[in-house]
Design a protein around this ligand. Structure first.
Ligand code: 5GP
Length: 181
């Protein structure tokens, strides 16, 4: 049985909600906690949503070879710690990584057994309106995110599966089919 699942999706596509619902139904799955240099959003908790690092701390982790993969996304750095993934898999845990498409393809190169799943928006217009509806980012940040969407859609062609997030229930059902068989 597969143990490592990597889920990517454009910003605002609702992948966080889909994953949260999946985890509620499948508590035997663990979500990897990444490191990031971006600032904390309201309600986010250090060590739960992310490990929030300074640029200097992040660079130190890169220099020490602590990341399985890392990427720059919208002007911030994000990375998955090697020891987090390795110890989870060694303990026989089922692990989900929620990372960007570039990071996902890097993980696949290092760990070909990883299953790559892309969560796509029903349409680009829908995605833009969801992104604006969050009211968590400046216009400049939103523009940056929209610009990266094209690249993500291109990268997603190399993924194992694609799920269209038309409704959360449908998307969770499809995710269960893929992961649980
Ligand atoms: P957000 O700032 O909205 O939490 O995340 C922005 C993007 O960074 C999302 O596409 C998310 O999946 C991605 N991301 C989060 N953690 C990591 C990571 O450890 N590595 C990579 N490559 N991307 C990540």
């Amino acid at each position: 049985m597969k143990k490592l699942f990597v889920i990517s999706g454009s910003s605002g596509v609702g992948k966080g909600t889909v994953i949260k619902e999946f985890l509620k139904k499948h508590p035997d799955f663990k979500l990897s906690v990444s490191c990031t240099t971006r600032s904390k959003r309201e309600g986010e908790v250090n060590g739960v949503n992310y490990f929030f690092l300074t640029q200097k701390e992040f660079k130190k982790c890169i220099d020490n070879g602590e990341f399985l993969e890392w990427a720059e996304f919208s002007g911030n750095h994000y990375g998955t710690k090697k020891d987090f993934v390795e110890s989870s898999l060694k303990n026989g845990e089922n692990l989900i990584l929620e990372i960007d498409t570039k990071g996902a393809l890097n993980v696949k190169k290092l760990m070909p057994e990883a299953v790559l799943i892309f969560i796509a928006p029903p349409s680009l217009e829908e995605l833009e309106s969801r992104l604006r509806g969050r009211h968590t980012e400046t216009e400049e940040a939103i523009q940056k995110r929209l610009a990266s969407i094209k690249l993500e859609l291109e990268n997603s062609k190399h993924f194992d599966y694609e799920i269209i997030n038309d409704t959360v229930d449908n998307a969770v059902n499809k995710l269960e089919e893929i992961i649980c068989g």
